[in-house]
Ligand binder design. Structure first.
Ligand code: SAM
Length: 217
């Protein structure tokens, strides 16, 4: 594993201050960003990019999300330590590790087998214990539902119905929804078995959510 040096921790402190300046308010979320060594998700040749507030390619046409986006989505999600959280789009595993700082009950699913396998090995090496799955996350994980929180880290054309059905009453789904170019961050809260409320936030650019309830539908 990449050593976590004094210099790395200093770079993370600077990143956390940058996120604070950009509007992230939750101290729990900022502490989680401070705790996760983002450079461990980068190949040796690209280490200098680890603490820039930018997305970065991770292979297979996918990206590790920008730290601001990770912090923004996590702040909207507001996971509590007792919550069961489902993440759609494991990618590098970075967001998954930020979630693990906030609750030990993290489930994450990745569509691309190559990324799934690489990240499964990485998180085992880092001793981070999430429940990782490979498959179509647009359908959720019905066998492990209900979830208190569901986070989608890829852009969706609509609100995937399977994910809404897998929310516990009182729980919420945070998901970027829009066309292939730009998506608006949406938070949907399940207020009763049948009733959902919807809030809209800033615009972002995500890679597409594939799968049956995503862009392949
Ligand atoms: N959360 C990731 C991280 O911290 O590195 C970043 C995710 S990247 C922006 C989006 C990920 O969603 C990609 O790894 C992509 O393969 C995955 N993805 C797209 N459609 C999916 C689906 N239907 N089910 C699961 N994962 C999906």
């Amino acid at each position: 594993m990449h050593a976590d040096t004094y210099r790395h921790r200093g770079q993370r402190r600077a990143l956390v201050e940058e996120l604070r300046r950009k509007g992230i308010r939750s101290e729990r979320v900022l502490s989680a960003v401070q705790a996760v060594p983002r450079h461990a998700f980068f190949e040796a040749a690209f280490q200098q990019h680890a603490y820039q507030d930018k997305a970065f390619p991770i292979g297979e046409g996918q990206t590790i999300s920008q730290p601001y986006t990770v912090a923004y989505q996590t702040e909207l999600l507001a996971p509590e330590p007792q919550h069961r959280v489902l993440e759609i789009g494991t990618g590098s595993g970075y967001q998954c590790c930020v979630l693990l700082e906030l609750t030990p009950h993290v489930y994450s699913i990745e569509y691309q087998p190559v990324l799934f396998e690489r990240t499964r090995r990485r998180l085992a090496h880092m001793h981070r214990a999430a429940h990782l799955f490979c498959g179509d996350g647009s359908l959720g994980l019905p066998q492990h539902a209900p979830f208190d929180r569901i986070l989608v880290t890829a852009g969706s054309p609509t609100l995937p119905r399977p994910l809404l059905r897998q929310l516990r009453v009182g729980g919420c789904l945070v998901i970027p929804v829009g066309d292939a170019q730009v998506q608006r961050m949406v938070r949907v809260t399940r207020v009763s078995e049948e009733e959902f409320t919807r809030e809209q936030f800033e615009e972002f650019r995500f890679v597409p959510l594939l799968g049956q309830a995503g862009w392949n539908s």
